[in-house]
Design a protein around this ligand. Structure first.
Ligand SMILES: Cc1cc2nc3c(=O)[nH]c(=O)nc-3n(C[C@H](O)[C@H](O)[C@H](O)COP(=O)(O)OP(=O)(O)OC[C@H]3O[C@@H](n4cnc5c(N)ncnc54)[C@H](O)[C@@H]3O)c2cc1C
Length: 426
């Protein structure tokens, strides 16, 4: 049965981190927002559950961090990176309050909290609504249509639609927007474990020769529970190797044997694709702005995308508010968003792709991790890049390169800090 069309100022499709944060910002700005998701919350999303500092900065501005810690977030205070030959680079962040740190929180909990925050801000959340197509009129997106939880059809209208519907975005496909995935495609799988030992609050990344520049990870979700996973960078075919690689990582890798020797899996091993490092494609059309995974805004070296999802949400909201204020809905007005995200994320993705090529080479990984193991400045740069604290291109800053080449003889001023202030990682 078809339901009457409902209208608002902005429709956000997808209540993942990108969509829920965009909806929260818009609703707080007094805009009428409808947030649509095909799932009913709480719902799972295959992820490593690590929320980096780029995301934390935005969540703090929205005053949402405390509630996420109340919900069980594990603040990260240390990063451990190992090389295939067993070199170990460790970076311990100087003391800082939990709310200023990156953290790990299962997506089942994180995404529910963010969707609830959007509702609290005033957005209308409609669950179990599967968007099937945009409503296109006069060459513009003017809404979406889809299937309701009862199997009926319904449509929603708004002058601005934000596509936050993830890696399989129907809106991106329907509009023929082709993100330039300069970092290629990756696949990753993960499972939750209980009974893990010696986890602490350490983000563990283990580079493995067969899958470089990808890695296996062990991220603590509690004192003895962990999110364990592994990725492969490459096409669809590569994903078939993943299950065997995951088993070998869990059963044979020295770090896993130490942490997971007595642990047991409490979830199936499940995977999801990642489209990496869009740095030049179109992420807008007349009436439409695309954010998060739907726009392939995923870090080309770590596969992290929550931070860039939130950064792009903020940029899209900024453009949407301007468009609504001016009442100008031309394609040109929406293109402003493309310029904004390219300025903010484009170079970061380019730096990430350059690092991705570097880390695909086993010798280079040994050198980088080996150097970080001996030099706390290189370890801090590496861990800040992994933790979303600084842009990737900083790895190619002449001072960092000089320090890398000539060691401690080259003093590198870290990000300027007040005495007692947190490090870039925290
Ligand atoms: C194995 C793995 C590990 C990862 N680990 C990390 C990590 O540790 N840290 C990190 O930062 N990133 C990580 N990522 C990436 C991260 O998961 C994504 O970048 C992030 O989820 C992007 O958020 P999003 O809101 O753009 O999309 P999503 O989280 O995918 O949300 C999209 C939403 O849209 C909804 N939707 C989809 N289609 C429709 C439709 N047709 N109609 C209505 N609703 C729809 C979905 O139900 C979903 O709720 C990992 C990814 C994988 C695969």
């Amino acid at each position: 049965m078809s339901q009457p069309t409902r209208s608002s100022d902005v429709i956000v499709v997808g209540a993942g981190p990108a969509g829920s944060v965009a909806a929260t910002m818009l609703a707080r700005a007094g805009v009428r927002v409808t947030l649509l998701d095909r799932a009913r919350f709480p719902r799972d999303k295959i992820c490593g559950d690590a929320v980096g500092l780029d995301a934390v900065r935005i969540l703090r501005r929205l005053d949402l961090v405390q509630s996420l810690h109340d919900a069980g977030a594990v603040p990260i205070s240390e990063t451990l990176i190992t090389s295939p030959e067993g070199k170990r680079a460790r970076f311990i962040a100087p003391p800082a309050p939990a709310y200023k740190r990156g953290f790990i929180l299962p997506r089942m909990v994180l995404d529910l909290a963010l969707a609830e925050a959007a509702v609290k801000a005033g957005a209308t959340l409609i669950e179990e609504f599967k968007v099937q197509a945009p409503i296109l009129e006069d060459g513009r997106v003017k809404g979406v249509e889809g299937i309701t939880e009862n199997g009926g059809t319904a449509s929603f209208r708004a002058p601005v639609v934000i596509a936050a519907d993830g890696a399989h975005s129907v809106l991106v496909r329907a509009l023929g927007l082709r993100p330039a995935r300069s970092g290629g495609r990756a696949f990753a799988v993960r499972a939750y474990y209980e009974g893990a030992e010696g986890l602490g609050s350490t983000l563990e990344l283990h580079y493995i020769r067969e899958i470089l520049p990808a890695y296996g990870w062990i991220f603590p979700t509690g004192p003895s529970t962990a999110n364990v996973g592994i990725g492969v960078w490459g096409g669809e075919g590569e994903s078939k190797r993943l299950r065997a690689l995951f088993d070998s990582f869990v059963n044979e890798h020295p770090a896993s044997r130490e942490r997971l020797g007595r642990a047991r899996a409490v979830s199936p091993v499940r995977g999801w694709p990642l489209d990496l490092g869009n740095n030049a494609g179109r992420s807008s059309a007349a009436g439409l702005l695309v954010i998060g995974d739907a726009a392939s805004f995923v870090d080309p070296i770590t596969g992290e995308g929550i931070g860039t999802a939130l950064v792009s949400a903020e940029l899209a909201v900024h453009t949407a508010l301007k468009i609504l204020e001016r009442g100008e809905f031309s394609e040109r007005a929406f293109r402003e968003y493309d310029r904004a995200w390219r300025r903010k994320l484009g170079w970061d993705f380019r730096g990430g792709v350059a690092l991705q090529h570097l880390l695909a080479r086993p010798r280079a990984v040994e050198t980088v991790v080996g150097r970080a193991a001996k030099d706390e400045v290189i370890a801090a740069v590496l861990s800040s890049i992994v933790g979303g604290a600084i842009p990737k291109y900083i790895a190619f800053h002449p001072l960092v390169l000089a320090r890398f080449a000539f060691g401690k003889r080259v003093p590198v001023p870290g990000p300027r800090r007040r005495r007692g202030a947190p490090s870039p990682r925290s």
